[in-house]
Design a protein around this ligand. Sequence first.
Ligand code: NCD
Length: 297
Amino acid sequence: MHTPRHLLRTSDLSISQIQSILLQAQTYKDMRHRENLKNKTIITIFFENSTRTLSSFEIAAKRLSADVVRLDVSRSSTTKGESMSDTAANLNAMKPNAIIIRHKNAGAGYYLKSQVSCPIINAGDGAHAHPTQAMLDLLTLKEHFGDSFSNLKGKKIAIIGDIKNSRVANSNIELLTRFGLEVILVAPPHFLPPTTLPTTTHLRDIAKEVDVFMSLRTQTERHDKQIYGSLKDYAAQYCITADILGDRDVVVLHPGPVHRNIDIDDEVLRDPRCKVLEQVTNGVCVRMAVLEFCICA
Ligand code: NCD
């Protein structure tokens, strides 16, 4: 039987597959509607809140003329006690061409993939992985550094904040190190995962050495108790301010949603070096290319 092409984590893809998906994504930057996924049906099923990622996937699917069915989880039978396994079997019986899932539990996509015969695309599973986010971040950086993958080699990126609970950090660490970037993790000790990468608790100490600042939101929903003094204390040390950037030629990224003046301050959010909205635009193009890659394999 034909094995579907799933995307559950960035390491599912080789460097050359990622390069070709991102090059294809760039051809979609004109935002024109196309018919590449005409007559294909895509189900989105989000068990966790999302603004950007859900709309980004749905816009991507529609720009390629796919039919998109959003399973409203709050009204679905999972709230009536149906098991994930039965939900999966029923979804599969409708013969979709792909299922895009977000779930609060790490590994949900792996479970689903064993139950269905179409590609599963992970739109974020617990603190584990968020592959399309890392791919859109990589595209945004590639475009910034002369639109070349080889220029990324040796560039220094600080990933700042709640790294331990962040699927965005996990996926970016895997992907960006593979493309030759040097990653340094910057966080209070309780937000740092065990790692072999360089780490520091002092953002100001390394601010002058880095080319990219990737700020993360504190994942309060994943904390079972309050593990920081207050977000204000956190901001005093880790908020990206104009003063931290100075006049250096750097890039500021954030996956959103941004905690304003805690993760990044208002002034930096208005600064052209801050690429948050470019990330959102690139997200649609990357997801178009990912859907096509998985469905048209
Ligand atoms: C992130 C997520 O949900 O993992 N956001 C996103 O997908 N753009 C990060 C976050 O919620 O902080």
